[in-house]
Write a protein that binds this ligand. Structure first.
Ligand code: CU
Length: 67
C-alpha cells in the first residue's frame, strides 16, 4: 500500500530525515520519503501491520504536523 501524507513544519534536511525515520520506525512501513518542497511524506506500508493513522501519529510525535 502506498500513500501520501501531508506534513507541515519541515524546514531543512534534518527535519526531512526526522520525519522519514519516525515513519520507518512504525512496524510495517517499508519505505518513507519526505519532500520539503511539497511538504509531504510518501510511504509504502503493509496494510496488515500499519495504518496511515499510526504513521501520522509517529510523525506528530517527532514534532511535525501530519494531516
Ligand atoms: Cu529542520
Amino acid at each position: 500500500m502506498k500513500t501520501i501524507i501531508k506534513v507541515s513544519g519541515m524546514s531543512c534536511g534534518g527535519c526531512k530525515l526526522g520525519v522519514e525515520k519516525a515513519a520507518l520506525r512504525v512496524p510495517g512501513v517499508s519505505s518513507a520519503v519526505a519532500s520539503l518542497e511539497k511538504a509531504e511524506l510518501a510511504v509504502e506500508y503493509d496494510e496488515k501491520k500499519a495504518a496511515p493513522e499510526d504513521i501520522r501519529a509517529a510523525v506528530a510525535e517527532a514534532g511535525f504536523r501530519a494531516e
